[in-house]
Design a protein around this ligand. Sequence first.
Ligand SMILES: C[S@@+](CC[C@H](N)C(=O)[O-])C[C@H]1O[C@@H](n2cnc3c(N)ncnc32)[C@H](O)[C@@H]1O
Length: 423
Amino acid sequence: MPHTSAASDEQPAGDPNYLVGLDLNGRRVVVVGGGTVAQRRLGLLIASGADVHVISREATPAVEGMATSGQITLELRGYADGDLDGAWYAMTCTDEPETNAAVVEEATRRRIFCVRADNARLGTAVTPATARYDGMSLGVLAGGQHRRSAAVRNALLEALQSGVVTDDSAPVTPGVALVGGGPGDPDLITVRGRRLLARANLVVADRLAPPELLAELGPEVEVVDAAKIPYGRAMAQEAINTALIEGAKAGKFVVRLKGGDPYVFGRGYEELEACVDAGIPVTVVPGVTSAISVPALAGIPVTHRGVTHEFVVVSGHIAPDHPDSLVDWPALAKLRGTLVLLMAVERIDKFAAALLAGGRAADTPVTIVQEGSLRTQRIVRADLSTVADRVRAEGIRPPAIIVIGPTAGFTAGAPENTAAEAH
Ligand SMILES: C[S@@+](CC[C@H](N)C(=O)[O-])C[C@H]1O[C@@H](n2cnc3c(N)ncnc32)[C@H](O)[C@@H]1O
C-alpha cells in the first residue's frame, strides 16, 4: 500500500515530466490550429529556427502575417490524419477536443511528442514557462499549475535582470556599453540595459541616470558620477572618455549610464568615437528618451491622428540669436505640430518670443513637465503667451520638458485622470 499522510494529500503532486531542450533548428514542427492559443506559441518555435507548418481552418491576422512574411507555412483547411508525416514535434491548439485527441493519437502512433493545449495531461509533452536571458533559456514546469510556473519564471527573470541573482561564471568581456537609462523611473530602462548594468564592474553615470538603478549595484561595483549638472559644473567630456577607456583597458566591463537615450542630446556619439579610436569595443543600448516619454507620462501624446503630423525635438541649450545656434526658429514657428523643448527652462522667454514673432498663435497650448517619471514630477500648464511667466512663477527647475502644440492641451491622459502605477 502506498505511503500517504494528511500532509501529502495537501501538497501539489510534483511535476513528473522530464525537462529537455529540443534542437528544432530546420526540423518540421506541425501546429494544428491557428487561433490565439497557437499564436502565443509560434513566436518561440520560430525563434528556435523550427520549420513550422500550421494547419487550421481559420487563422488570426497575426498568424497570417507570419505566413505572409515566410516565418511559417500555413494551410487553411481542417486537420487530416497523415498531417504529422515528417514532423519531429507537434502541437494541437484547436478548440475542438475531438480534433485535438485525433492529433495526439496520430502523434502517439508515429512516436512524435505532442502538446495538447486544451488539456495538457492528455498530450505527451508539455511546454514550460520559459524565458530567454543573456544566451540562456529558463524553463519551469509545475505539474500543470500555470500561474505557479509563470510566477517563478517571472521572479527568476527579474532576479537575473536586476542583478539579485548573478551568473558569476559568465566571463567579463572588457569594453564599454553606452546605456540609455530612460527618464528616471528605474522601470523604464530597457531589459538589455538592465542586464548589462547587472554585469558592470564600473558604472559612469550621468546626473539624469536613474538613481535607484545605481542603488541596486553591488558594493564591488565602482560608480563614477559624471555630474553633468545643467548650467553648472561639468566633468569635462574628455575626462569621461578617459574614464571609459581606462576602465575598459584595465579589463573592466564599463557601463556608461545616461539619462533617456544616449544619442538624444546625450553626447553618446562622441563617447563612442573616443572608444572606437582607442580600439575599445562598444555596445550601444538605446533608451526611452525623455523627449517622448516625459510628455506621455504627463498624459500628452506627441502625435495624435488628425491633429499633428509632426513632432520636433529641440535643444534649448543656446538662445535663438546665439551665433552657434543651429535651429531655424522662424521655420519652427511655422509648424503646426508638436515642439518638444529640452534644456529650455532658462531661456524659455526667448524661445516663446521667437515662436510668437514667427507667427505661432499666442494661445497655442504649452505644458511643462519637471522631473518626469519621478515621484517629484510636476506639471504646469500655460500657453505660448504665458509660458515664460508661468515657468518663473512656478519656480520650474531643470530637468524639465516643455511641450508646445495642440496635444499639449490634452488632459484626458493626465495623471489625475488615469491610474498611475505606484513607483
Ligand atoms: C542633456 S539632455 C539629455 C536628454 C536625454 N538623453 C534623453 O534622451 O532624454 C537633458 C534634458 O533632458 C530633459 N529631461 C531628461 N530627463 C527628464 C525628466 N525626467 N523630466 C523632464 N525632463 C527631462 C530635460 O530637458 C533635461 O534638461
